[in-house]
Design a protein around this ligand. Structure first.
Ligand SMILES: Cc1cc2nc3c(=O)[nH]c(=O)nc-3n(C[C@H](O)[C@H](O)[C@H](O)COP(=O)(O)OP(=O)(O)OC[C@H]3O[C@@H](n4cnc5c(N)ncnc54)[C@H](O)[C@@H]3O)c2cc1C
Length: 368
């Protein structure tokens, strides 16, 4: 089958990878000048993979498939882009997100090491004594190196006969004919079109604005105090710092620096391209959300701020939408990267066998 994929974030790249493996003829169109596009949600250095999810969501159970899909991808790329350093959560208040994740791990029967504050501070000296209730570690997680994955996939696709075009912004899609119009005025046509346009999807399909909301956020890259560098180098990813911070941290990994991000630092927007230049003091504002439980927060020097745009559904699940020859996929809600390779395999399978209903159930982690 002749298939156009719009968007070379992790969803589009992985879908193209799996479609090529299934024998389809694939053209991948990316609006950015490079793959990855640094403005894409998948264009940053790293993202967290972890087993921990609230027990009710079903996504924790999908992680086994996520790991399996990444392993298949590493086999094809000839390189493993997962740093399996495990993850750490810190609970500061009863019922906070760290505690909900712990309950999800326990409900799934996945082991964790539970540490009281003294033991945790001894093991991870960047934590502030007396600022949290408990911490726990799981080896079931780490950091995925997104830029290396994107570069590797783009090269693999080209080597396996796919047409991969940068600077190819799609401006309109005719769902009935499968005709795609580019900003240059050129048109392309295919039997099926998969749209994996990330936060830009509403520019092509504004009818999805009832289901998908776009947000602008930013991440702060930091340099830790010199005496804590070794501790951070050896640290797991920090999935949640407890309380209401909705904060995560990725230590230096895969040649990239360490960064802080928080769900508190996001604002709704109707335009994925809005306000993509960091504003004065933004990195420091993000950093300061992390005290407590991080000790000596003012000594972390902000080195770079990266802005991102992403879409959420109301219940933070993933969705697919089919219209004519077009299948739109939005697997984000702030937690989609870790499923990228698995999403690609599932989307490609649905394009092949037509089971869009099954794809939608899987994307929603509706396993019942
Ligand atoms: C700050 C932040 C932190 C996150 N942390 C995590 C995490 O730790 N773990 C995790 O699992 N997930 C995380 N996520 C979510 C994850 O990054 C996303 O779910 C995932 O990257 C989305 O990939 P995508 O391919 O759907 O979209 P994108 O990566 O945004 O890719 C879409 C691509 O389509 C291209 N495009 C758009 N429109 C057009 C067009 N008209 N023509 C051509 N090309 C087009 C864009 O340029 C872009 O390259 C995080 C997200 C953010 C923003």
């Amino acid at each position: 089958m002749n298939i156009i994929v719009v968007g070379a974030g992790i969803a589009g790249l992985s879908t193209a990878w799996s479609l090529v493996k299934a024998g389809h003829s694939v053209t991948l169109l990316e609006q950015g000048a490079t793959i990855p596009n640094p403005l894409a949600a998948s264009g940053d250095h790293h993202r967290i993979i972890r087993r921990a999810y609230r027990a009710s969501t079903g996504y924790g159970a999908l992680i086994t498939e996520a790991y399996d899909a990444w392993s298949e991808m590493w086999g094809d790329l000839g390189e493993n882009h997962l740093d399996p350093r495990g993850f750490l959560c810190v609970s500061r208040e009863p019922g906070d997100e760290a505690e909900e994740y712990r309950e999800g791990m326990e409900a799934g029967g996945w082991p964790i090491d539970l540490l009281d504050p003294d033991a945790a501070v001894k093991r991870w000296p960047f934590l502030a004594p007396g600022s949290f209730r408990y911490a726990y570690f799981s080896a079931d997680g780490g950091a995925l190196h997104c830029r290396r994955i994107a570069t590797g996939l783009a090269a693999w696709l080209r080597a396996h006969g796919a047409n991969v075009y940068e600077n190819s912004k799609v401006t309109a899609i005719d769902a009935d004919s499968g005709r795609v119009e580019l900003v240059s005025g050129e048109t392309l046509q295919a039997y099926r079109v998969v749209v994996a346009a990330g936060a830009w999807v509403l520019k092509l399909f504004p009818e999805l604005s009832g289901e998908l909301k776009t947000y602008r956020t930013a991440l702060a890259y930091v340099e830790p105090p010199a005496d804590l560098k070794a501790a951070w180098e050896a640290a797991p990813v920090i999935l949640d710092v407890g309380g209401k911070t909705d904060g995560y941290m990725i230590p230096p990994s895969g040649g990239a620096g360490m960064k802080f991000g928080s769900g508190l630092h996001k604002v709704p927007t109707s335009d994925a391209d809005w306000n993509r230049e960091p504003v004065e003091g933004e990195g420091e504002a993000i950093r300061d959300l992390f005290s407590p439980p991080i000790a000596r927060i003012q000594e972390y020097r902000v080195t770079e701020v990266v802005t991102c745009a992403y879409t959420f559904t109301a219940d933070e699940r993933f969705l697919a939408h089919e219209t004519g020859r077009v299948l739109v996929v939005s697997a984000c809600s702030g937690h989609g990267y870790k499923f990228g390779a698995a999403v690609g395999r599932r989307v490609a399978a649905a394009v092949g066998d037509g089971d869009t209903a099954g794809l939608k159930r899987w994307l929603r982690a509706d396993l019942g």
